[in-house]
Design a protein around this ligand. Structure first.
Ligand code: NAD
Length: 258
């Protein structure tokens, strides 16, 4: 088991990718704290995962929430070995159709959250002596979209923060590795909500998304939450012991397609 004896915190654990990560981590021997802003869903998930999991109510954009969760982990575990910053929001809106409130919400939840997370959890990660952080970015951090500038910019911030914090810990002689995964279109509630209303519209949009991913031609599919979870596991365990500051696209080649 790749995470035996490790304590992990996964944000957005009640969603598609987060739940896949939490399930895989438990199967690999970790004690997983499932955190989400959606109370019922996250407690249900923790209940399903049994004694290897706990639940925490956490709005990743709220610093006071981070400080409260850090105190609880300090009391219960004394350290944190694995941190997965996965929670995020998505939504369409080009520069002609968004307002300041929309812009600021995306920066708060998808970008500022990384700053709060790393700063609040740093003492617990240092106490581990052998810690990892994985930030869940997006293909749009690498290839921004005109239709989602607020989301693209926030994920680009996540990407830059990943590298800045990776260097920070390493240059201080502290073993806290920080990496990012960048999923393409992934079959989760977030993505399905954006497919459209009618059956025909949804099928056409799904086919368009398959076509964006070069491996879609061979497989007929887009990214699955389990594809992302396996990449997160790789960057969270000893298999990646000398890797820090990288971008790992999980996108069937979409980030390099013309
Ligand atoms: P999802 O909507 O299925 O799950 C997101 C989870 O985050 C939900 O459980 C939600 O309650 C939680 N959440 C939302 N705001 C929160 C907040 N402020 N604090 C704490 N939790 C909050 O989405 P998903 O597709 O599983 O997305 C997970 C991550 O993957 C996100 O960061 C997203 O940007 C990224 N991503 C998703 C896709 C995709 O196509 N699904 C593609 C690229 C990147």
């Amino acid at each position: 088991m790749k995470l035996a004896g490790r304590t992990a915190l996964v944000t957005g654990a009640a969603g598609g990718i987060g739940a896949a990560v939490a399930r895989l981590f438990v199967a690999e021997g970790a004690q997983v704290i499932c955190a989400d802003v959606s109370r019922d869903a996250v407690f249900a998930l923790a209940g399903e995962l049994g004694e290897s999991a706990g639940a925490a109510l956490l709005d990743v954009g709220e610093r006071t929430d981070w400080d409260r969760v850090a105190e609880a982990i300090e009391r219960r575990h004394g350290r944190l070995d694995v941190l997965v910053n996965n929670a995020g929001i998505s939504g369409l809106g080009d520069i002609d159709h968004i307002d300041t409130e929309f812009w600021e919400r995306f920066q708060r939840i998808n970008a500022d959250s990384i700053f709060h997370s790393v700063q609040a959890m740093a003492p617990l990660l240092r106490a581990s002596g052998h810690a990892t952080i994985v930030n869940v970015g997006s293909l749009l951090a690498l290839r921004p979209s005109a239709a989602l500038p607020a989301y693209s910019a926030a994920k680009a911030s996540l990407r830059a923060q990943t590298k800045a914090y990776a260097l920070h810990f390493a240059e201080k002689g502290e073993y806290v590795r920080v990496n990012a995964v960048h999923p393409g279109s992934t079959l989760t509630p977030m993505m399905e909500a954006n497919l459209g209303a009618s059956e025909g519209e949804r099928a056409a949009n799904y086919a368009r998304r398959v076509a964006v991913h070069p491996l879609g031609a061979a497989t007929g599919r887009i990214v699955l939450p389990e594809d992302v979870a396996k990449a997160v596991l790789f960057l969270s365990c000893e298999d990646s012991a000398f890797i820090t500051g990288i971008d790992l696209p999980v996108d069937g080649g979409a980030s390099i397609a013309g």
